[in-house]
Ligand binder design. Structure first.
Ligand SMILES: *Cc1c(COP(=O)(O)O)cnc(C)c1O
Length: 402
């Protein structure tokens, strides 16, 4: 490429574009504005009645007895591991194809993450390989429902049951998911959700833990608020001042009513939004079927896929372009994308501490080098979806679009 052209390309790369399609846009409207305003007017902006209402409604949505609201899924995972008794010397089995925090929190507990490779088709942890990774130190299995596709929970529960280890689900992608006749959130002793900006619903930042176990719920609640004794958030209410006791050195992980206000408005719209994402998903599938890439495998009949991420795995050999070149091309066309994920075992800290080699988890490594996630927000207009489809077709050299 001539130097002039290269400079021009560079200029385009840093130019903000007016009609840029941002990846993972949330839908926030009048309802959220009104509820947040009302919360501010009430002056109860910390953890209070709206958080309690959001917990109750969320528990009902997933069919769990208890839901504990926290300020992130990372916090939810950390508290769940602690509640499951994970500590120094323990091992927790998880997938390398996840957001770093799934593994980071295991280290926060003083335990060791033990990665098990994913299946290429489902991109979920391969249950056939979990058994080999179990040792006398294994305390929990932490599966991630990648992109919204529920893991093989029957197999995972069977292995966990046989070895007496806990299952904690990372359902950050999978709020609407279902496995056989159970909603995700009602299957395992502990399930963790994320309400980060780009997730299927948001509270700006936020997370939730669901459980059927009253004792676990009480422990989680206490740990999320400095380890203070029961119902500490009531202590400034009009019931009069109440003393509290510190029962353990807990954390500062509580959700605020400002966050819950947003969540209360988002929750009833999860199902219609899912329908819209299913529609976009079908359009993508149809448009990209014949391109040099792998579209996501169809969902099995016995699960409901929560359609969080539409991930293409680029056939880089056939296309003659790297994934990062494809991302740059999409950016030039005003389309923002995500990468889910550069596998955790390839990151600097994990390589240095555990000495991982890329090919130790060959499927995760293969996906990690080739995957790109297209915008899938229910907010996308049909014009935006068409623009994305045309841009991908052009970049992947589909003759029909040239
Ligand atoms: C987003 C995400 C998290 C972390 O969620 P936060 O709410 O941002 O802490 C954890 N695991 C997975 C798989 C995620 O996608």
């Amino acid at each position: 490429m001539r130097p002039g052209r290269r400079l021009y390309r560079k200029f385009l790369l840093i130019m903000p574009q007016r009609d840029y399609i941002v990846f993972g846009q949330p839908i926030l409207g009048e309802a959220e504005l009104a509820e947040v305003t009302e919360t501010l007017r009430s002056c109860w902006i910390g953890t209070g009645p709206r958080t309690a209402r959001f917990e109750a409604q969320f528990a009902e949505y997933v069919g769990a007895r208890y839901a504990v609201a926290v300020n992130s899924c990372t916090a939810a995972l950390h508290l769940s591991l602690l509640a499951a008794g994970v500590g120094p010397g323990d091992e927790v089995i998880t997938t390398p194809l996840t957001f770093a925090s799934t593994a980071n929190v295991i280290i926060h507990c003083g335990a060791t993450p033990v990665f098990v490779d994913v299946e290429r088709s489902t991109m979920n942890i391969d249950p056939g390989q979990i058994e080999k990774a179990i040792t006398p130190h294994t305390k929990a299995i932490l599966p991630v429902h990648f992109a919204g596709r529920p893991c093989d929970m029957s197999a995972i529960r069977e292995i966990a049951g046989r070895h007496g280890v806990t299952v904690i689900e990372d359902a950050a992608h999978c709020i609407e998911g279902r496995y056989r006749d159970q909603k995700v959130g009602s299957i395992s002793p502990l399930t963790c959700f994320s309400f980060y900006v780009t997730k299927n619903m948001t509270t700006a930042e936020g997370g939730m833990i669901t459980t059927d176990d009253e004792q676990l719920a009480a422990t989680l609640k206490m740990q999320a608020l400095h380890g203070l004794s029961r119902d500490a958030w009531r202590r400034f209410s009009d019931d009069g001042y109440q003393h509290y006791e510190v029962t353990c050195p807990g954390y500062k992980y509580n959700m605020t009513d400002l966050q819950a206000a947003i969540g209360l408005c988002q929750l009833p719209r999860l199902e219609p939004w899912l329908l819209r994402r299913e529609e976009i998903w079908r359009q993508y599938d149809e448009a990209f079927m014949k391109l040099p890439c792998h579209t996501p495998a169809p969902a099995a009949d016995h699960v409901r896929h929560a359609r969080h991420l539409y991930t293409l795995v680029i056939d880089t050999e056939r296309l003659g372009k790297t994934r990062d070149q494809v991302i740059a091309d999409l950016h030039l066309q005003g389309i923002g994308v995500g990468v889910h994920y550069r596998a955790v075992h390839l990151h600097q800290y994990y390589r240095a501490r555990f000495g991982y080699l890329p090919d130790q988890f060959p499927n995760a490594n293969w996906i990690s080098e080739r995957t790109v996630s297209l915008p899938l927000s229910a907010k996308l207009s049909s014009d935006s979806v068409s623009r994305i489809i045309n841009a991908v077709a052009e970049i992947f050299g589909d003759e029909r679009s040239l």
